[in-house]
Design a protein around this ligand. Structure first.
Ligand code: NDP
Ligand code: 8X3
Length: 257
């Protein structure tokens, strides 16, 4: 595996799930990490663990990706040795609610759109110009199988992940001539805090989502991220779609009774 020693990796949403697993795996490859999320205690604890375990530099920064002024300030106030970010993992995201669109809540829609689409754009807007200037870098967006095919009651979440797919493809076209890589990692069902967040803390309902099948783990997804991030300079992984064995697509899941 390629060593990423000296590279700077920024991961959004590193306090849990896929983002946290990515941080652990990038640290194992000796990259230096900027880890962000809103839950400061979690990213500070993770930073401590990774610093002690892997002897890398880790900068935990509290950041809500929905607020452009905060995102701008986050980048502007980074110590200069941290500004040359080599790999950006746009992972922060969430689903809220599971309703027919006509029963959906406006505040849920806004939260998903503001986080999954606008947050990804805001972070990319502040981080990518230095990649363009240096003519190097890699943007890795976490999409979803939901960005390929809608599922009933997925509506607005699905739309945000279709948007992520469109943005990944658009970013690729826009930065091609600058030698910057763009990858979309599109998982199916991964057991993280995702369903707990979607159902606002209802653990019972959240665990039922994975009844009768073995879901992906966050490490499975992080492995795909690391694969994309460690290809030779001339290779761009455009997209990886990975699902549990029991899930053929967004809509087709086999559950053992
Ligand atoms: P988790 O809920 O475990 O993690 C989500 C992460 O996003 C947390 O670290 C959370 O941090 C962060 N986050 C949410 N909102 C914000 C915000 N406004 N600002 C900054 N950070 C935020 O879920 P997953 O690990 O599963 O989700 C990660 C990504 O993977 C998401 O984009 C999701 O859509 C995608 N995905 C998940 C799948 C699944 O089945 N789990 C499948 C396909 C894609 P904090 O709350 O501390 O801010
Ligand atoms: C998140 C997973 O099952 O809602 O993208 O499509 S799912």
């Amino acid at each position: 595996m390629q060593n990423l020693e000296g590279k700077i990796v920024l991961i959004t949403g590193a306090s849990s799930g896929i983002g946290q697993s990515c941080a652990i795996k990038f640290a194992e490859l000796n990259a230096n990490l900027i880890i962000t999320a809103r839950r400061k205690d979690r990213i500070e604890n993770l930073a401590d663990v990774l610093f002690k375990r892997n002897k890398i530099k880790v900068l935990p920064v509290k950041l809500d990706v929905r607020n452009f002024e905060d995102v701008k300030k986050f980048y502007e106030t980074l110590p200069s040795e941290w500004k040359k970010i080599d790999i950006l993992v746009n992972n922060a995201g969430l689903a809220r609610g599971f309703d027919k669109f006509y029963d959906g809540k406006i505040e849920d829609w806004n939260e998903m759109i503001d986080t999954n689409i606008k947050g990804l754009l805001y972070v990319s807007k502040v981080v990518v110009p230095q990649m363009v200037e240096r003519e190097t870098g890699h943007i890795i967006n976490i999409g979803s199988t939901a960005g390929h095919e809608p599922y009933p009651m997925g509506n607005v979440y699905v739309a945000t992940k279709f948007a992520v797919k469109a943005l990944s493809q658009s970013f690729r076209l826009d930065v091609l001539e600058k030698g910057i890589k763009v990858t979309s990692i599109d998982p199916g069902m991964v057991q993280t805090e995702f369903s707990k967040v979607r159902f606002r803390g209802d653990e019972d309902r959240a665990s039922k989502v994975y009844d009768g099948l073995q879901p992906l783990t966050p490490d499975d997804v992080a492995d795909a991220v690391i694969f994309a991030a460690t290809r030779p300079k001339h290779v761009n992984i455009n997209q990886i779609i990975l699902t549990p064995l029991a899930q053929a697509s967004s809509n087709f899941v086999y559950r053992k009774k």
